[in-house]
Design a protein around this ligand. Structure first.
Ligand SMILES: CC(C)(COP(=O)(O)OP(=O)(O)OC[C@H]1O[C@@H](n2cnc3c(N)ncnc32)[C@H](O)[C@@H]1OP(=O)(O)O)[C@@H](O)C(=O)NCCC(=O)NCCS
Length: 191
């Protein structure tokens, strides 16, 4: 890891799983990112760009060109576009976010495209990214999901995370606020 001042920067890596390639977002992803992020099923649980604010194509352009790359180079984590190895099609987004370098804690955040849900892709990506984070020396990897977000909670469980408890009223959504179920993965969980 490169050190800049008191922060560090994660190395830019491509991760490969049985069915997926996790690589940096590129210009060609803009249409699929826009289609995914305007999906009501995604907006229900991830209010991009913010609660009550509509998602525009400019948001997708900025994400692929600037925002996602800057999250890594600014020391805040790393964002991967998940693509199907067989077809090259974008199937989702997987990221390490809210890196706390002093504590070596981080969080996995994700969405899958509406055309690729229910195939185990979120779980496959979350396993890859969380294990990679532990290999980088992180001591605690979290997943936080709204208590009502059954699909995301199932992803955390299938990826081997342990439920710790609930943060009350922790996340603003388009419709009100949600309690967050907090899951964690520690190096010792993997034996
Ligand atoms: C939640 C989300 C990421 C799941 O992606 P996915 O690729 O369909 O997930 P997987 O195929 O890996 O499914 C993992 C498990 O969750 C279950 N699951 C997935 N979506 C579900 C849903 N909506 N309701 C109930 N169970 C669901 C699957 O059946 C599977 O369980 P199983 O292994 O026991 O069969 C996807 O629906 C999504 O992007 N939702 C909107 C954005 C979001 O909520 N992101 C997470 C914010 S914390």
């Amino acid at each position: 890891m490169t050190t800049t001042h008191d922060r560090q920067i994660l190395p830019s890596v491509i991760l490969e799983t049985e069915r997926l390639r996790l690589r940096a977002f590129v210009e060609d992803d803009i249409d699929d990112v826009y289609a995914s992020c305007t999906d009501p099923g995604l907006q229900r649980w991830i209010p991009l760009p913010g609660p009550g604010v509509p998602y525009t194509r400019e948001e997708a352009e900025a994400w692929c060109r600037e925002t996602a790359p800057a999250l890594r180079t600014g020391g805040d984590g790393q964002q991967w576009a998940m693509v199907e190895r067989a077809t090259g099609r974008l199937v989702g987004s997987m990221g390490l976010v809210r890196v706390q370098w002093a504590a070596m804690n981080t969080e996995v955040g994700y969405w899958t495209a509406p055309w690729s849900r229910g195939r185990g892709y979120a779980t496959e990506g979350a396993v890859a990214v969380s294990r990679w984070a532990l290999e980088q020396g992180f001591r605690r990897v979290e997943i936080k999901a709204a208590t009502g977000n059954t699909g995301s909670r199932r992803v955390a469980e299938r990826a081997g995370f342990t439920l710790e408890g609930v943060e009350r009223s922790a996340m603003p959504l388009h419709e009100g606020r949600a309690d967050l179920a907090v899951y964690s993965l520690l190096p010792t969980d993997l034996g």
